[in-house]
Design a binder for this molecule. Structure first.
Ligand code: BG6
Length: 254
C-alpha cells in the first residue's frame, strides 16, 4: 500500500528477494534487535499469511523460538483452521518450555480453533534411544504426519547464539567453529554456503522433508541475523521470508 511504498519497504522487498533468490520477502519497519515490537509485527504478517494460505486438512509443522512464538500469539480463529493440524517440526532441542515447538503447536491450535499433535521426545537422545523411540507406535504416527507437512513455519538463528541458548557443550561449539557454522534452523546448523554442517539428534522433520514441503515460511529479523538468513537462503530455505528492515539492510549491504 501507499505507506509501505513511501517507506521504501516495497522496493526493499523486491531487492531482498532477488538477492536471496527466494520467491517472496516481506519486510516490516524497524529492527527486532532493538525493539520487541518488531517481532510482534513480523508475527502479525506471518499469522495473516497462514490464514490466507492454509487449506482444509493441512498439516502445518512449526519450529520453536521466540519469533515463531510471536506468530502463535497473533493467530485468530478462521474457518479453514478447524481442519488444520499443527505439529512440532522437531522434538526437544533444549529450548525453554514457552519457546518449544510442542508448546507453540498447541498454542496455535488453541488460538485458531485447529488441531494439534505433540512429539514427546526428550532433548538429548542417545543413538539407541533415538532408534527405539522412532519405532514407538505413537511417536511413529506423529512423525509420519510431521514429515508430510505441506507448510513449514520456522525461525532462523545465528549458529552460536542458538548453540549457547541450548547449552551446547564445548565439543559441539568447537565443532561448529571448525565447520564454519553461521546459521541454525529447526535443529540443523548451516555454513555460509548453506551446507548442513551439524544436526541435533532429535526426531522430526529432516532437511529432505523440508525440501519436499510445498510452502516453507521463515520468520526472522534483526540486523544480527543477516548472515544467518543469507546462509539459509543458499540452501533454498525458505520460500517466503518475513523479516524486518534491520536484517534486510544488513543482507543487502553485505
Ligand atoms: C529455534 C528454531 O527454536 O529457534 C529455529 O528451531 C530457529 O528454527 C530459532 O533458528 C530462532 O529463535 P528466535 O528466538 O531467535 O526466533
Amino acid at each position: 500500500d501507499a505507506v509501505r511504498q513511501w517507506l521504501g519497504l516495497t522496493e526493499l522487498e523486491t531487492r531482498l528477494a532477488a538477492r536471496l533468490r527466494i520467491e517472496r520477502a516481506v519486510v516490516v519497519p524497524g529492527d527486532a534487535d532493538r525493539s520487541p515490537m518488531v517481532k510482534r509485527e513480523m508475527g502479525k504478517v506471518a499469522a495473516d499469511w497462514l490464514r490466507r494460505h492454509a487449506r482444509e486438512g493441512d498439516i502445518i509443522a512449526v519450529a520453536g523460538g521466540t519469533t515463531v512464538a510471536a506468530v502463535a500469539e497473533m493467530l485468530a480463529p478462521a474457518p479453514v483452521f478447524r481442519s488444520v493440524r499443527f505439529v512440532p517440526a522437531r522434538g526437544g532441542l533444549g529450548e525453554q518450555v514457552e519457546h518449544q515447538a510442542n508448546t507453540i503447536a498447541s498454542r496455535m491450535a488453541q488460538k485458531t480453533g485447529g488441531q494439534y499433535r505433540l512429539l514427546h521426545v526428550p532433548d538429548t537422545l542417545s543413538e539407541e534411544a533415538y532408534l527405539s523411540l522412532s519405532a514407538e507406535p505413537h511417536i511413529k504416527a506423529v512423525l509420519d504426519e510431521v514429515r508430510q507437512a505441506r507448510i513449514v513455519v520456522h525461525g532462523i538463528g545465528d549458529a552460536f547464539t542458538m548453540a549457547r541458548r541450548r547449552g551446547a557443550d564445548a565439543e559441539t561449539l568447537e565443532r561448529l567453529r571448525q565447520t564454519g557454522a553461521v546459521a541454525e534452523a529447526f535443529g540443523y546448523y548451516f555454513d555460509r554456503d548453506g551446507r548442513v554442517v551439524f544436526a541435533m539428534r532429535t526426531l522430526g522433520l529432516r532437511i529432505e522433508d523440508v525440501a519436499k514441503a510445498d510452502r516453507v515460511i521463515g520468520i526472522a529479523g534483526g540486523a544480527s541475523k543477516g548472515p544467518a538468513i543469507a546462509a539459509l537462503a543458499r540452501n533454498g530455505v525458505p520460500h517466503v521470508l518475513i523479516t524486518d528492515e534491520g536484517a534486510a539492510r544488513a543482507i543487502l549491504e553485505a
